[in-house]
Design a protein around this ligand. Structure first.
Ligand code: 3EB
Length: 340
């Protein structure tokens, strides 16, 4: 039986060759510069990020058994099944008052997302992906990642959503150019937020990291079609709330994976039937300095002694002292390569 949810990782040129076009939910393509988004009504982000492994463009596309229905709300393009909804939007940064444009644009993007989810009856978000340029740059006297955190939290609060405890898994990375891109995967099933015992919950970070704590959990756990699935947020070399191994990308990479191992252990504890394993996840690795790629790969191989499914992208990470961030998911089908 076809899995309720699968992820295909493939070159952009393979998209139109994918079998079962009617079962594609949507996804994101990464290239530098960004590609075109002309993909019919398939919700697909075109993100300006360098690939570190030589390909021209890599896409990750989520699929779920048909029938699917496409729609649009404001700037959001989405596709839904009975149980899952994938959506995405790209917005230029604009402000109507003195507040930072990124903050205003983030708040309005999240407001529209929550309006859509409420209208379609998808209560829980499994995963948010956030991409925008110059993430570590300050303007209006505050770092842009921190502006983003204010706008995101305001939208959660405006929609009566909690900003602590069971919040969605997420990531936030810097792009080379473009507007604010947000993709999300929501479900009508019950999602459990997972925290990492090695880390202070991000929603409790102290104010030294910004006036508002980031609104995300370390992972989201869901059962779909009888299978446990895990969506691990962007994970960095942070223990407690502090960055560790400043300037040492290999040690930061090992710390990321120790954090991911702790999240996986926590997920296995909370889902008694689940058996998530580090070597069975699909990884996305964001490396700040392209020259660090080999060191990151070597460090990953030291911790996980098995061939991995992984995409390597150049991206700025949300603290200036973080050199690498790793996200992962598992429990769903994973297909790699053209025709996947
Ligand atoms: C961290 O642990 C690293 O703001 O959505 C990781 C995952 C990070 C998600 C977000 C930020 C976010 O704080 C940064």
């Amino acid at each position: 039986m076809e899995a309720m949810l699968g992820l295909s990782i493939l070159p952009a040129s393979g998209l139109s060759q994918l079998p079962r076009q009617d079962s594609l939910l949507g996804g994101a393509c990464f290239s530098h510069p960004a590609g075109s988004t002309a993909t019919g009504d398939l919700p697909l982000l075109a993100v300006d990020m360098r690939l570190l492994t030589g390909e021209a463009a890599i896409c990750e596309v989520w699929h779920s058994p048909a029938p699917l229905q496409s729609g649009q709300l404001g700037a959001i393009r989405y596709r839904e099944s009975d149980t899952l909804l994938f959506g995405c939007l790209s917005l230029d940064e604009t402000s109507t008052d003195m507040r930072p444009p990124l903050q205003i644009t983030t708040e309005s993007a999240y407001q529209t997302i929550f309006e859509l989810l409420e209208a379609r009856g998808f209560s829980a978000v499994l995963r948010f992906w956030n991409y925008f340029p110059a993430i570590n740059q300050a303007c209006h006297d505050i770092e842009r990642y921190r502006q983003f955190n204010i706008g995101r939290q305001d939208a959660f609060l405006a929609h009566g959503r909690t900003v602590i405890g069971n919040v969605p898994a997420a990531c936030a990375l810097g792009t080379a150019s473009g507007g604010l891109h947000i993709a999300f995967l929501a479900t009508r099933a019950n999602v459990i937020g997972i925290e990492n015992p090695r880390q202070l919950s991000a929603y409790h970070y102290p104010s030294q990291y910004g006036p508002r704590s980031p609104t995300f959990s370390r992972a989201g756990l869901v059962k779909l079609g009888g299978r446990d699935m895990l969506f691990i947020s962007g994970t960095a070399s942070i223990v407690g709330h502090q960055t560790l191994h400043v300037g040492d990308v290999a040690a930061q990479t090992r710390e990321c994976l120790h954090n991911i191992a702790a999240i996986v252990a926590e997920a296995n504890r909370l889902a008694p039937d689940a058996d998530f394993r580090l070597d069975q996840l699909a990884y996305k690795v964001y490396v700040r300095h392209p020259a660090d790629l080999a060191a990151v790969r070597d460090a990953m191989a030291q911790v996980i002694d098995a061939p991995l499914t992984a995409i390597f992208l150049q991206a700025d990470v949300c603290r200036a002292d973080l050199l690498v961030e790793i996200e992962a998911s598992g429990g769903h089908a994973i297909r790699v390569g053209a025709g996947a």
